[in-house]
Ligand binder design. Structure first.
Ligand SMILES: [Zn+2]
Length: 191
């Protein structure tokens, strides 16, 4: 009888300690390094409100990255929220200005769309630059970062295995060493 009561008390104590333990686990996840530099955000918000007729293609491009990698997740920014990535439409050639890993501006240029290039592949390709991928030209259609060199008939919007692995590496390294992100300089990549 006495033993049963004691066991009951221990069980209650164990249950009560659970919320405290999970709270400590959350607090232990680092949000900044010792120098106060924010760690690279795994969740990256994008603002496609300026992407005009390409908005659906941009959303599809973001969804493709979310299906393809674990290290980064692209989410539409909420109204008034400062987004990591701005996506705009203009009449130039598609390009991306990456200010740091996961941050920058993408232009979905109508010049390439008018020539027949696929809007989802363009969107996914330019977002790939923001996720730290360089162009790989010339290259086959199976490569997302081969860009326009794969020709207008190529509509593949998916990164290949190497491209996926490179993005995973980029965000894995960034999480382990935030200074690696801070040292990156802005890079403008056309197409
Ligand atoms: Zn490119």
């Amino acid at each position: 009888m006495h033993v049963r009561t004691l066991t009951g008390h221990l069980a209650v104590a164990a249950l009560l300690s659970l919320p405290l333990l999970s709270g400590e686990a959350v607090a232990a996840v680092p949000s900044a390094d010792a120098a106060g530099v924010p760690a690279a955000a795994r969740v990256l918000t994008y603002d496609a409100s300026g992407s005009a007729e390409f908005r659906a293609a941009v959303d599809r491009g973001a969804a493709i990255w979310n299906e393809s990698v674990e290290g980064a997740e692209l989410r539409p920014a909420t109204a008034g929220q400062r987004a990591n990535i701005r996506v705009l439409a203009d009449d130039g050639w598609p390009r991306a200005l990456t200010t740091s890993l996961g941050n920058g501006t993408v232009w979905i240029g109508r010049q390439a769309v008018d020539q027949g290039y696929d809007t989802v592949r363009i969107s996914s390709h330019e977002l790939g630059h923001i996720l730290g991928l360089p162009d790989r030209k010339p290259g086959p259609c199976s490569s997302l970062m081969s860009g326009s060199t794969a020709g207008t008939a190529c509509t593949n919007p998916y990164p290949n295995a190497a491209e996926k692995a490179e993005v995973e590496d980029n965000f894995g390294e960034a999480a382990g060493s935030p200074s690696a992100v801070a040292e990156r300089v802005p890079v403008l990549v056309e197409d």
